[in-house]
Design a protein around this ligand. Structure first.
Ligand code: 5RP
Length: 260
């Protein structure tokens, strides 16, 4: 692995081998999203607790101060919407030149395995890896978004992650599921977990993040369950403690309780 690639990965994945990515890219397919109306106001108080920001170029340029001291993972796929024909029909939206101009530390794209656009989105991934390898830019593949999320089991998610790794993704983002170790053990590159739509209790989030970490995930790329939480700062601090300090769900819960 070349120096540039190693350097970028080391900004994303912390010395303990773990990471907390903060996604605010949701608007690229769902438009206005609760709490992302003013992205900077929402994420500024969370800065001490996450390691990198996952964002589109539009929000980066229009809402994020360039002096931000966090690595950027640039979302480079899109072209579809919640109200369109098929969310899976994505293209690559952003060039590598643009990613480098924006000083991105990595790029991220979605793949939709099992959909009508499986081949197209895996081809997007392959082309992106071909280009990014030339410039030492890591690629994060995002699996199982939208309808695909209904198939949330170790067999399907494990298949998605493995295929992404085989095609050259440097990191794979997927969802937690029962027997998550089967997903991680079948994937030769690091796996991070997303959160999905806001759930009813903080405890549910702590439980699955903790379980996933015990079973080999290196971290999270988890947004709505943080910034849509009434106590978003405490939630970010609690998740940071699970990721970087091996806190248990009980210990994480105590961090939240102090704010209530
Ligand atoms: C949306 C994404 C998000 O980055 C991902 O879903 C993580 O966010 P959340 O925890 O809110 O699900 O890729 O396409």
């Amino acid at each position: 692995m070349d120096w540039g690639m190693k350097n970028r990965l080391s900004r994303l994945i912390q010395p303990d081998g773990r990471c907390f990515f903060m996604p605010i890219d949701h608007g690229y397919f769902q438009g206005p999203t609760t709490k992302l109306e003013k992205p900077w106001e929402t994420i500024k108080p969370l800065l001490p607790y996450f390691d990198a920001l996952f964002v589109t170029r539009g929000v980066l340029r229009s809402a994020i101060p360039p002096a931000i001291d966090k690595p950027i993972i640039l979302r480079v796929s899109g072209g579809t919407s919640m109200v369109g024909k098929d969310l899976a029909d994505e293209i690559l939206t952003t060039s590598i030149e643009e990613a480098l101009r924006l000083n991105a530390s990595a790029v991220g794209l979605s793949v939709f395995i099992g959909s009508d656009y499986e081949k197209q989105t895996l081809s997007n991934l392959s082309s992106l890896v071909n280009e990014c390898q030339r410039y030492g830019l890591p690629v994060m593949a995002v699996t199982a978004v939208g309808r695909e999320l209904e198939k949330r089991d170790a067999r399907y998610l494990g298949l998605c992650c493995r295929i992404c790794a085989e095609l050259g993704a440097d990191v794979v983002k997927t969802y937690w599921c029962e027997e998550f170790d089967k997903v991680v053990n079948g994937c030769p590159v690091p796996v991070v977990m997303a959160g999905g739509p806001k759930v009813d209790t903080d405890r549910e989030v702590f439980e699955f993040v903790y379980d996933g970490m015990q079973r080999g995930a290196i971290g999270i790329n988890l947004g709505r369950n943080v910034w849509q939480n009434k106590y978003s700062v405490a939630m970010a601090a609690a998740l940071n403690a699970i990721i970087h300090e091996n806190a248990t769900p009980e210990e994480a819960g105590k961090i939240i309780d102090r704010c209530n």
